[in-house]
Design a protein around this ligand. Sequence first.
Ligand code: KIV
Length: 274
Amino acid sequence: MEINHMSKKYPKITTHVLQEMKSNGEKIAMLTGYDYSFAKLLDESGIDVILVGDSASNVMAGHVTTLPITLDQMIYHASSVMRAVKRALVVVDLPFGSYQGNSKEALQSAVRIMKESGANAVKMEGGKEIAESIDRILSAGIPVLGHLGLTPQSINKFGTYVVRAKDVKEAEKLKEDAVFLENAGCFGVVLEKIPAKLASEVTDSLKIPTIGIGAGSGVDGQVLVLHDMLGINQDFSPRFLRRYNNLHDEIIKSFLSYIHDVKARDFPNEKEQY
Ligand code: KIV
């Protein structure tokens, strides 16, 4: 099977490589990952960035929002991913409550992620309102990926997961925040669920790469949640989601065959025993 042909050009992805990719007009491919086995497959296929997203709260733990996941749980997922990865850049979400209030606590949370998982960078939701925390973390030499637009950790403020920044005021704030994040020293910005035109304008105005999810094609890279793009999770069908498989049905088929074989005394056969 042919792996990502850029793997040879970039044998190890760093934040500097992502910058180079933007300068060369090469798109960045990012997916979420939460465990060793999938991270190994992602890395083997030549994915550029693995995001240990706090979407683990949804797809791994079954919570309705990303809010309940803890720093310890994020570190557990990130460490599992790191044991598998040789090439990809691994970015870990700082979970809700671990960085918003107090910049000292934010630094402690980021340091714990870096020390205990060995990951390469952290991601934080928000713009100017978390300036102090971003600054402290960057000052400690920890790369930060920003996240603007639909920021799921603020779902209780938004009240809904609809497209963000459709009105001029919110779009202006988003543009300002994007420039702020670049000037602060972030190595990139995730733009989630915003109009494609706005995402494209923001991308053109920044030197650092933008990674879109539901933000159209005018961004520097794309990210999707692993379980959604593999079709494991069938409950979530936003317009921006492209499903690359229907693993839900494939997996159910395998389970049904196994159950059938066990019940019919077909498994194990003579060759499958000692
Ligand atoms: O947690 C996550 O999976 C994310 C992506 C949706 C960008 O933040």
